[in-house]
Design a protein. Sequence first.
Length: 113
Amino acid sequence: MTTYYFVMDLEFATDGPDSPDDFDAFADRVLDALGELEEADSGIVDPDVTASLTKRTLSVLMGVVADSRDDARRLFAANVRTALHVAGCGTPGWPNVPGQLPAPYEPDYAPAS
């Protein structure tokens, strides 16, 4: 088994009133949910999020232990979706067909100098 790291960039909109503080609290709930998933599953490694409160964007970085990159990509997307649900976010337009999932990509780490 290999650990694969992926990032997924997500944009959010709400039908109701919203503030930067609300989105900050939501981002915290997503990170907390990812931490709970990591505690429950040793195949989830070092989840983290970064957020733009004004743009309502969230980037999720996480390692996933799997037999193949394709399996890891599917597990990554499933765990991100689960964390969003736990944080109170619906995902009604989330595709269920492989190849149509939001595109997680592998981070490009710069070498340490």
